[in-house]
Design a protein around this ligand. Sequence first.
Ligand code: KG4
Ligand code: ZN
Length: 362
Amino acid sequence: MLGIETSCDDTTAAVVQRMDDGTYRILSNEVWAQHDDHRAYGGVVPEIAARSHVERLDSIILKAMAKADRNFKDLDGVAVTAGPGLIGGVVVGLTTAKAIALTHGLPLIPVNHLEGHALSVRLTEKADFPYLLLLVSGGHTQLIKVDALGQYQRLGTTIDDAAGEAFDKTAKLLGIGQPGGPMIEEKAKLGNLGRFSFTSPLKHRKDCDFSFSGLKTALRLEAEALTSPTKQDVADLCAGFQEAAATHLSLRTQNAMDLLSKDAPQKTPSRLVVAGGVAANLAIRQKLEKLCHSQGWEMVVPPTKYCTDNGAMIALAGLERLAAGLAPPQDEAMAMAPRARWPLAPPPLGGAFGGGKKGPKA
Ligand code: KG4
Ligand code: ZN
């Protein structure tokens, strides 16, 4: 299966093979990260991202095919992110995948980007269903119960920024470069944890939603109060921010664990899967590991290259859908429009999707 992913700022294509025993061989996984194209603007510029995908996707696909040592006629299908994401990039990926599928007579399998993240752990680990997924990336922060392929229950989501977005915006404010997550983690290593103790957001709420805007503002106020911040000031601010973000992610995950064991103790998963770019952060991982240890849960984090956006997770979702007979009919797949918004799962406990920040974007 060829997998194509272009929903944000990584131009990616991979070829993945499903073995008879249900495990996977990743034959290639090509990623062109667009950081350099966006650096001057302090964040991802959708129009620039779309143009970069147009310029690079063909060659990235050919590279992935060559590395896998396969021709298009060897494939069983083409899986592609059809949303949610920056619409220009999704248009580029989906249109390219449709063209390849039409030209070579291959099935097209449009995939929800979040399903790719939800399943990505299965590329390298034996992760049987069900499990609890904490997805923490630049675009999404969600807690999802993964019951089976195509069966997802969203327990919580962010009511404002995604975790990675909060790291990126905070790094921009502190003027320490992009992408913000790794920069803040690096600076925090030299920081004094006790100097700025930011409150963990939404502490009074026992649900599983996330919020980062209050934390961002608290940091901005502290930063503005320093007339000419020294390197140590910046390191201390980074350490305080990272600690509060890690505590927040851990407390909300604990709420999800509590909710699941209260709802159906005999069917409670005991595995936490953490995916998305923010899962690379060691301080966050340590907090979550501590939580899992205290709750008797196992924690699994896919290798970083499969945590961040990649074509392999999209190919895997396509393969699983094909094997389970859950690929859409071809006329439907070919007619599918790219989607900027595409919730993976219904909202918690039968609530309706709201508008704005509570709605499908969140
Ligand atoms: O999953 P990803 O590669 O792309 C999507 O957003 O889909 O995640 C990128 C995000 C960025 O916001 C980046 O700052 C954040 O992940 N990130 C980190 C770290 N490495 C990447 N955040 C905190 N600590 C890190 N070490
Ligand atoms: Zn992603």
